[in-house]
Design a protein around this ligand. Structure first.
Ligand code: NDP
Ligand code: MG
Length: 381
């Protein structure tokens, strides 16, 4: 029986994780569930799944809720520090971090310091603080297993392989809903259009990131830190069907790909059972139905965000923390209909140009750059 602390239980990844855990009641149990604002959903999940504790990070007045949770045998905690305390708890075996945004960083670090295994969906943790997180993980002997489908694919392709014999990682990208559109189209994109992803059903922030291709940029940075290769060894190919989840090319020219239907429950389950696999009831891929797989070069001029991510990674220091925070704020502003879709890359680029980079990537410098970038975008939107 593996005990799981699930942060971000009410989100898209959180719900898929719950779906998997419920298929294997003999193998997994939740000790803690968290949500940010959605306390009603957190309560119904707690009633169903009976964790020992629950954390709500944004709601303030919780006395009545605390009593209600107490009645169902669940201890309710409140606030961001409570989230870190939950991650620092010794009771669980695996932290599933399914929080969206750099808000997930401190809880990941707390679990690492605790020497726990982390099943990581929260890619922003690695984008903002990859160097810090990976060196802490090495120091505390904490395993970080990716949930992100591309990185799970790479991870699966690398099982039994020697990382020194990898020539390059090939991340696939669906290209999002605007793959074929000219740049001029981006001025008029509505929130509803951008939220309509062709292949994946995900939270709002990552869906917008997929439409700008920033998601692939964040994933390049995520792969860089997870697998420890050179930036030149990471490439991106547009593959609209999302059937090949990513590939590894080896020095002998052989390529391994991980293939399957686009369903996040597969990489979530793998992160929970690694290095084992468990028989499940998920739909199987029919090759006859998906008999055409196509591939294109990404257009980094039209989709500037992807280029900005490569540039921020090459720049190093706190540039990627700024890229990430500026993107989070710009996406929030777009979702709130305060800026146009085509302003997202502009705001991020301006933030990167105006930022004074901290070469030393301490947590303090990362947090400072993160809040500087958020303020910059808010002031300039
Ligand atoms: P959602 O927006 O659906 O869910 C986010 C979860 O995090 C919710 O439980 C939310 O609580 C909680 N949350 C939001 N803001 C905060 C905060 N400031 N502090 C603490 N908790 C917070 O996101 P997704 O599930 O789509 O994505 C989660 C992460 O997984 C992201 O990093 C994303 O990039 C990554 N990912 C997602 C994929 C997907 O298919 N969805 C695929 C690959 C990676 P509440 O409901 O109360 O707001
Ligand atoms: Mg992904």
């Amino acid at each position: 029986m593996r005990k799981i602390c699930l942060l971000g239980a009410t989100g898209s990844i959180g719900k898929s994780c719950i779906d998997i855990v419920r298929q294997f009641p003999q193998q997994f149990r939740f000790t803690t569930l968290s949500a940010h604002a959605n306390i009603e959903d957190l309560y119904s999940l707690a009633r169903r799944l009976k964790p020992r504790s629950a954390v709500i990070s944004a709601v303030e007045d919780i006395e009545e809720w605390r009593r209600r949770f107490h009645k169902i045998g669940v201890e309710l905690q409140q606030g961001m520090p409570a989230l870190e305390e939950a991650a620092a708890d010794t009771e669980f075996d695996v932290l599933v971090n399914a929080i969206v945004g750099a808000a997930g960083l401190k809880s990941t670090l707390a679990a690492i310091q605790n020497g726990k295994t982390i099943a990581l969906a929260n890619k922003e943790t690695l984008v903002a603080a990859g160097e810090l997180v990976m060196s802490a993980a090495r120091k505390h002997n904490a395993a970080i297993i990716p949930i992100d489908s591309e990185h799970s694919a790479l991870w699966q392709c690398l099982v039994g392989e020697n990382i020194d014999q990898v020539e390059r990682l090939i991340l696939t990208a669906s290209g999002g809903p605007f793959r074929d559109k000219p740049k001029s189209f981006f001025r008029k994109v509505t929130v509803a259009q951008a939220l309509n992803h062709p292949n994946w059903d995900m939270g709002a922030k990552i869906t917008i990131d997929s439409a700008t291709l920033m998601n692939k940029g964040l994933e390049v940075i995520e792969a860089y830190w997870l697998f420890g290769l050179k930036l030149e060894q990471i490439s991106v190919v547009i593959h609209p069907q999302s059937i090949i989840h990513s590939m590894v090319e080896f020095v002998d020219s052989s390529i391994k790909a991980q293939i399957g239907l686009p369903d996040m429950r597969v990489p979530i389950q793998y992160a929970l059972t690694y290095p084992q696999r468990l028989l499940n009831k998920l739909p199987r891929l029919n090759f006859i139905e998906f008999n055409t797989l196509t591939f294109f070069e990404p257009d980094t001029v039209t989709f500037r965000c992807l280029q900005l991510a490569f540039d921020a990674l090459a720049e190093g220091g706190t540039a990627a923390a700024v890229l990430n925070a500026a993107n989070e704020e710009a996406v929030r502003a777009f979702l709130g209909e305060k800026i146009r879709f085509d302003q997202i890359p502009h705001l991020i680029e301006e933030a990167l140009q105006n930022h004074s980079n901290h070469r030393s990537v301490t947590l303090e410098n990362i947090m400072q750059s993160d809040s500087w970038a958020r303020n910059f975008v808010r002031k300039n939107q």
